[in-house]
Write a protein that binds this ligand. Sequence first.
Ligand code: SF4
Length: 417
Amino acid sequence: MALQLNQNELYRLPWTLPDNAISWLEPTSACNLYCDGCYRKNQPNSHKTLEEVRHELDVFNRLRKTDGVSIAGGDPLTHPQIEKIVEMIAKDGHKPVVNTNGLLLTMEKLRALKNAGVAGFTFHIDSKQQRPHMKGKTEIELNELRLMYASMLAEVGDISCAFNATVYDDTLRYVPEIVRWGQEHIDIVHVLVFIAYRAAPLYKGYEYFVGGQKIDMTPIAYAIDTERKISIMSTDMVEEIRKQYPDFQPCAYLNGTERPDHFKWLLTMRIGTKEKIYGYTGPKFMELGQTLHHVQHGTYLAYTEPKVLGRAKSMLLLSPLDRGLSRTANSYLHDAFRSPGLLFKKLHMQSVLLIQPVDFMTNGALSMCDGCPDITVLNDKLVWSCRMEELMTFSDWIRAVPVRDGGQPAESITSVH
Ligand code: SF4
């Protein structure tokens, strides 16, 4: 039986449409790489002007409280004025975080972005990208590339370093190894994100409509006509990680719009050194962090500064308030008692985030992340970035209708267990 988590034992992140930790800006749809599973059509001449970017930021400022702004695309480093964009976001009082494949990142570019106010990078690296000189490399072999980018950021200092990887049926087994690699570099890698592969199947199961009109989904970037697994769940990833880390324990989540017991964003915070993970924070710690940040700054917390993550030892003082922290403190003190040198070592905090994007339900409903953090702006409205192609192609959201006669029944490809 598939792993079950009890949502009542986790903290439901308080993020909503008008008040969220993160927002998603796409200054371009141009990209210099092909990634399997990308939601956006690659459009070479699609850089937005600074005026257009300013306008979208103003829409965010009017409609949505936010702590961080993910600058995505396309690859935002292809935009000739990326430093200016970072500067605009920082001047608005938000944390600019560049989501990139990293290909165009040089030390010079990195320093320029740091001067412009960049708060973090999320590098998308996985084995199903068509990276030059990296074809055929496994997820494990790509750790070398991940380390190169983490080291570049560490050299400049004070920049949050995150990696994300899309997870497919045949790469799920590598997730624990990447999590282990993350532990080895817990001092310079702050966040690991694993995103289950999703696509809209054309080959069986559903037909698609806009209004009452049946439509041809073929032009949509995330439509696929060959059979692939599109139902990996965040709990499947937990199960896999527990093969390497049996006590791996998430603390917070966002549910699905169709299912309160689905974990669309499932967050785990672990504390340790390069040699050992001492434990995992519990839900109360997350609740405290989100609430205090909102009281103090008016927004929910998105990215914690690296220097704060490096002070995890002082966070153990909150043990009386959080069972996860208390277990972590006990395990740490147990080891420190046997080897007192440990008391002089830094303890680091690192997040592991598991994302289960759009799910096709058996009745054709599409279950989204409730409180979606990756909301972007299109035509002055806030929209899901993962489905924006539908609006750009058909001027409306598509509806999926299960095919009951002929073809395979929809149940066989959905994620509903
Ligand atoms: S709803 Fe879509 S855009 Fe929003 S967080 Fe989930 S996968 Fe990302």
